[in-house]
Design a protein around this ligand. Structure first.
Ligand code: PLP
Length: 412
């Protein structure tokens, strides 16, 4: 019998908390107070404490959180902001939407995150650098100390896009986006803390940024109908805040279950001879490729499980992303799909190669690690409610496919 394993099953999570959710939703409906208000205020206090920031500003989405942050630091048309190419579109979309130029930086292939060294090199070529915007991709902290130091050295603010990384801790064991100028977060349903629709958040330790972003999310006003600047409708709904308050109480447990699933996969893949992502897979040219084409990959399988920074850092596994050889990746996904196992590619086209950014001139070949990651990565089911049987089935199917398909690839 085939065991179906969706990439994500939100219904299971809902069933486990339905009894807690229904009364709070009913309460909001009875109050008919739907936009901002007491639920949002209470949620902002609780989430600020969880994220380790002094201020939290609930907003419409993680995309709008980025927009609020960029407006708060005074980014102007013609300015430049450094961000990774290998991330969800919103990171750069928010920058470009206000006429600012995204300058794409390559990733470190080990962590999939932008690194301070490459960012410093890109900064040296900027004319009007306004901010640095690292992303904590898949739920693993980027090098926060490195970025804060770089921001200080260059005299520009650091905005951390922590949309995928609520609860993640950096190399010092400190919560991501708690030490920078502004942190941005998403409560899109697939996130570790997801709401019942769209929702987002900005966090900051600056009273000035807090004040600005609270105004910006209500069309630039503090007193209704008096507008000090042009903002937009970026408010969080009370229903979403009420749901998020319930879910926040379960978040640590869900993180632990995700980490346990990740540990299981790591061990299963390592036992089959796979290495972690600090060793290249070898889709690129060179001797490593020759080795993997001989079918051996040093005797194991051509798979890299995600390298995680050691404790006190904490990866929260919003996604568990493996790499395999580019020539095997799509066939592996087709095999998984035939076995009713969900998978996804985050992300198939790096942002510097998106049609809408072609005019920026960062063409093919300019950011090789981002381009390679787009060809080699596969995200696997990692959600907290995954059963032991399901995760074992995922690991077995991947291992058996890669074994079968590398044995037949004989070098000449
Ligand atoms: C890295 C990153 N930044 C920004 C966003 C945007 O968040 P939202 O979908 O809530 O607008 C996302 C959402 O997937 C994301 O993953």
């Amino acid at each position: 019998m085939t065991i179906a394993v969706p990439l994500l099953d939100l219904k299971l999570q809902y069933q486990s908390i339905q009894a807690e959710i229904e009364p709070v939703v009913s309460k909001v409906m009875a109050s008919q107070y739907f936009v901002l208000g007491p639920e949002v205020e209470q949620f902002e206090k609780e989430i600020a404490a969880y994220c380790g920031a002094q201020h939290a500003i609930g907003c419409t989405s993680g995309s709008d959180a980025l927009l609020l942050a960029l407006m708060a630091i005074g980014a102007q048309p013609g300015d430049e902001v450094l961000c990774p190419s290998y991330t969800f579109f919103a990171t750069a979309g928010a920058i470009a939407r206000i006429g600012v130029k995204p300058v794409f930086v390559d990733i470190d292939p080990v962590t999939f995150n932008m690194c301070p060294k490459a960012t410093a090199q890109a900064a040296a070529k900027c004319q009007r650098l306004r901010a640095i915007m690292p992303v904590h991709l898949y739920g693993q902290a980027a090098d926060v100390d490195g970025f804060l130091e770089l921001g200080k050295r260059l005299g520009v603010p650091v905005i951390e896009d922590a949309a995928q990384a609520i609860g993640a801790r950096d190399e010092r064991g400190i919560g991501v986006a708690s030490r920078c100028d502004i942190g941005t977060w998403s409560f899109f349903p697939s996130k570790n803390l997801g709401c019942f629709g769209d929702g987002g958040l900005c966090t900051t330790n600056s009273a000035q940024h807090d004040d600005y972003m609270r105004m910006a999310r209500v069309h630039g006003s503090k007193v209704r109908y008096y507008h000090q600047f042009v903002g937009f409708n970026g408010r969080l709904d009370a229903l979403q805040a009420a749901v998020l308050r319930v879910k926040l109480r379960h978040l640590e447990k869900w993180h632990a279950l995700r980490a346990d699933n990740a540990k299981f996969y790591d061990r299963a893949f390592a036992a089959a001879g796979a290495l972690s992502s600090d060793r290249p897979i070898g889709s690129a040219s060179g001797s490593d490729r020759a080795a993997s084409q001989r079918g051996g990959d040093a005797g194991g399988i051509p798979l890299r499980f995600p390298w995680a920074r050691p404790a006190p850092a904490r990866h929260v596994y919003n996604q568990y992303v493996i790499r395999t050889r580019a020539d095997l990746r799509d066939d592996l996904r087709a095999h998984l799909s035939a076995q009713k196992i969900g998978s996804e590619i985050y992300y198939p086209v790096p942002l510097h190669l998106q049609e809408c950014f072609a005019s920026l001139g960062q063409g093919l070949g300019s950011l090789p690690e981002s381009e390679l990651a787009a060809k080699e990565t596969v995200a696997l089911p990692i959600f907290p409610e995954l059963t032991g049987e399901q995760r074992a089935h995922v690991a077995e199917q991947i291992i058996s496919f890669l074994r079968a398909n590398t044995r037949t690839t004989v070098a000449v």
